[in-house]
Design a binder for this molecule. Structure first.
Ligand SMILES: [Zn+2]
Length: 281
């Protein structure tokens, strides 16, 4: 009896548990096991192998002057993260983009980034408070609603930076974005999003500016290996120049993506984010 009691004693029992778990972990390393489960259980619609979103920032004039026409030609819907004051410079063009079914996202009220950029020193995130950031994101949403009649559900962090303050007082504003939006996208990231695992408030965004299709194709092939979601991000839309997504690249990319043999689901960020949310339950 005494022996039995000592056996069920929590301390001894937990030691047995530890041994059991240790032995189990030798056969099934948890990281490998869960990674395999995550990949094998997530299914894109219609048996597609990856999801691809084309996103563009800052409401640059070239996006509605030249870019949306190309997307429209192929029936592809892009995601445009806009700064409302800049939208005013091409208001009719942006209204047309909305009517054409393109997604409008929030890219903040006045594009605050690190003050290391001279052009943003007066609105440096190092000097922001969370409250100020939240208020400005809401303000941008209100302006987008007023100008274009749409509710911005998705957000892109200006300069891809997700913090305010400096040093010991630095705070992440990811939680603010998470409460206000369906998703938040970064910039200059190194890999695509794992649909089963990713944090919708911290989606990666990979650069497509200044690249030829031959440089984008490896990103797609890499995403295909794990069934990932590749969110490409760009700025100007044209043939050459700084921070410019080449229309010739886009043309080839879209034609490749629309070939059913390549298994690519091409959709705006919000559409894919909602699908993932639905799958996760
Ligand atoms: Zn930007």
């Amino acid at each position: 009896m005494k022996l039995f009691q000592s056996f069920i004693n929590k301390k001894i029992f937990s030691s047995y548990q530890k041994i059991f778990l240790f032995v189990l972990s030798m056969f099934f390393p948890s990281g490998v096991l869960f990674a395999q489960q995550a990949e094998s259980t997530f299914l894109w619609p219609e048996g597609k192998k990856i999801a691809l979103s084309l996103s563009f920032d800052d409401a640059r004039a070239s996006q509605v002057d030249a870019g949306t026409a190309l997307l429209d030609q192929y029936g592809v819907k892009g995601t445009f993260y806009v700064v409302p004051n800049v939208v005013k410079q091409r208001l009719e063009g942006w209204k047309k983009a909305v009517a054409g079914g393109h997604e409008i996202g929030n890219h903040s009220f006045n594009h605050p980034c690190t003050g290391n950029f001279p052009w943003t020193r007066q609105k440096a995130i190092e000097n922001y408070t969370l409250k100020q950031m939240r208020n400005e994101l809401i303000l941008a949403n209100m302006d987008i609603q007023e100008l274009l009649g749409v509710e911005a559900e998705v957000f892109a962090y200006p300069c891809g930076q997700t913090y305010i303050g400096r040093g010991a007082n630095t705070k992440s504003y990811v939680p603010v974005v998470s409460k206000l939006f369906l998703s938040g996208r970064g910039w200059l990231d190194e890999g695509p999003n794992a649909p089963q695992f990713c944090d919708l408030a911290q989606l990666t965004g990979m650069e497509m500016d200044g690249k030829d299709f031959e440089q984008i194709l490896p990103l797609i092939e890499n995403a295909k290996k794990s069934g990932a979601w590749l969110v490409l991000a760009g700025h100007e839309m044209g043939e050459s120049g700084v921070q410019t997504t080449r229309l010739s690249m886009l043309k080839k990319l879209i034609e490749y993506a629309q070939n059913p043999a390549n298994g690519i689901w091409i959709a705006p960020v919000g559409t894919v984010a909602k699908y993932i949310k639905g799958q996760k339950g």
